[in-house]
Design a protein around this ligand. Structure first.
Ligand code: NAD
Length: 481
């Protein structure tokens, strides 16, 4: 069945609070990944449009920076309320352009909106400190200043939440922001532009510039001395490229990059709870999450029970259109993404892994891929090293705790890790030893607007959410008194 968008969704660029066509009049098609039908055409921003958005941000910078924090907070709070009031509309748009089941889209709307409420609350708590110089010759006054105009580049997998966790703290800190969403999913953020206008955000402070040529749009902004901060969520490869471009002018950057999360199940774990946690950690967003569990390392004494129960759960999940009742798993975002996932599965099978369920590309439109469980995965299989970004669980076994920790850390990534155990001392030991930014202990879902989200190693740097999130948009200034 073909589903259609509501007629009055914004499809123009949102430049400083005004809808505009692209400077060359170009548009591009946004498709429903489940049916591949065109949902609508959206204005395709040119590099000139990107610069216009930066002009608008620069023009609003001083006024927004000096707007009282309480007023900034109230605008954010009111945007939070408008998103909730329009939750059905947001969820439907997310499902249509990204593919996830409607219930998950609703969860994303709640999670995404929460960053607006959380940072509304943080806006009025931007602190500083004073101290007496140790030599007794005066006082030290430390204040926090907004860093200035921000460029945010966001991915398609959580179209709303990946943007609000940048927009929320930037606005709270007093920074104007230009958002370049992924071209697969521009509609959600264009709708958010409208929400902020309704919430009373002054002209110029927020722009949204979708484009099919992201490198052409972002490069001139990154070298523009008026831009003061780049915040990026996406793949490690593109993140490194943007970091190299930023290095020339020492532009401040935060990079939320790829992951390759291990999921450890110790012999003393509650296996049923571990299976439920594994389903959540793997299948949320159809596996298209940077925090998705990639590698399941399971104690040899419990691997059969775990693998059998996980296989039963995965085999019972229904693939379908995200708007259809009863759908558990939507399509992957593109055919390219599906081919990449399938190649990783074929590679593991060629090397001797065993297929327990899934692994067969279905016929028909949409990049659907079935929930797949592989066990006895050999250590040289590519899917143990590379981010899968799809509904595939790869199981290997271990005998001892240190072997499990060593396997977990055997990756250049360091975003999230999960483990299940009933032993408190082990929980503390393993949590300390894991080289990641975030750990789920007997939990398969860890994201929370009140917690610092981010990674170590090649998963990037910077934190989003929590009390840490706003610091990314503030400079520290010391005045001697
Ligand atoms: P991607 O890197 O291809 O794209 C991310 C964004 O960068 C998009 O807006 C895209 O248009 C833009 N982009 C692509 N090439 C660019 C270039 N040369 N110059 C400027 N911008 C460019 O990633 P993706 O496929 O959209 O997203 C999936 C990746 O994002 C995965 O690796 C995933 O792990 C990661 N991710 C990380 C987090 C996190 O918080 N750590 C969250 C979600 C997704």
């Amino acid at each position: 069945m073909i589903h259609t968008l509501g007629a009055d969704l914004p499809t123009h660029l949102w430049i400083g609070g005004t809808p505009r066509a692209a400077s060359n009049g170009a548009t591009f098609a946004v498709r429903d990944p489940a049916t591949e039908t065109v949902l609508t055409e959206v204005a395709d921003a040119t590099p000139e449009d990107g610069l216009l958005a930066l002009d608008a941000a620069v023009a609003s910078r001083d006024e927004w920076a000096s707007t009282p924090p309480r007023e900034r907070a109230e605008i954010l709070r009111s945007a939070f309320e408008v998103v909730h009031a329009r939750a059905d509309e947001f969820a439907r748009v997310i499902t249509l352009e990204m593919g996830k089941p409607l219930a998950e889209a609703h969860t994303e709307v709640g999670y995404g909106a929460e960053f607006l409420r959380w940072f509304a609350e943080e806006a009025v708590r931007i602190g500083g400190r004073t101290g007496t110089a140790p030599a007794g010759k005066g006082r030290i006054l430390v204040t926090k200043e907004p860093v200035g105009p921000v460029l945010a580049v966001t991915p398609w997998n959580f179209p709303l939440a990946m943007a609000t966790r940048k927009i929320g703290p930037a606005l709270a800190a007093g920074c104007p922001i230009v958002v370049k969403p992924a071209c697969e999913t521009p509609l959600t953020i264009l709708l958010l532009g409208e929400v902020f206008a309704e919430a009373g955000l002054p002209q110029g402070v927020l722009s949204v510039v979708p484009t099919t040529d992201p490198a052409a749009l972002t490069a001139p902004l990154i070298v523009d001395p008026r831009l003061r901060k780049l915040t990026f969520t996406g793949s490690t490869g593109v993140g490194k490229q943007l970091l190299r471009q930023s290095a020339d002018r020492l532009l401040r950057t935060s990079l939320e990059l790829g992951g390759n999360a291990p999921f450890l199940v110790f012999e003393d774990a509650d296996i049923d709870a571990a299976v439920e946690g594994a389903v959540a950690a793997k299948m949320r967003n159809g596996g298209e999450a940077c925090t998705a569990a990639n590698r399941f390392h399971v104690a040899a004494s419990v691997v059969d029970e775990f693998a059998e129960k996980l296989t039963t759960r995965f085999a019972g999940l229904r693939l379908g259109h995200g708007l259809d009742a009863g759908t558990d798993v939507g399509p992957l975002i593109t055919h390219k993404q599906r081919s990449a996932v399938d190649e990783l599965v074929r590679d593991a099978l060629d090397r001797g892994a065993r297929l327990r369920t899934g692994g067969v590309v279905p016929e028909g439109p949409g990049a659907f891929y079935p929930p797949t469980v592989l066990d006895s995965v050999p250590s040289d299989a590519r899917l143990l090293r590379e981010e899968i970004f799809g509904p595939v669980a790869a199981i290997t076994t271990f005998e001892k705790e240190d072997e499990a920790v060593e396997a977990a850390n055997r990756t250049e990534y360091g975003l999230a890790a999960y483990f299940y155990t009933r032993d408190l001392a082990r929980a503390q030991r393993v949590s300390r030893a894991l080289q990641v930014g975030m750990v789920g202990i007997n939990r398969g879902i860890i994201s929370d607007a009140a917690a610092p989200f981010g990674g170590v190693k090649e998963s990037g740097f910077g934190r989003e959410g929590g009390t840490e999130g706003i610091a990314e948009y503030l400079d520290t200034k010391y005045s001697a008194l």
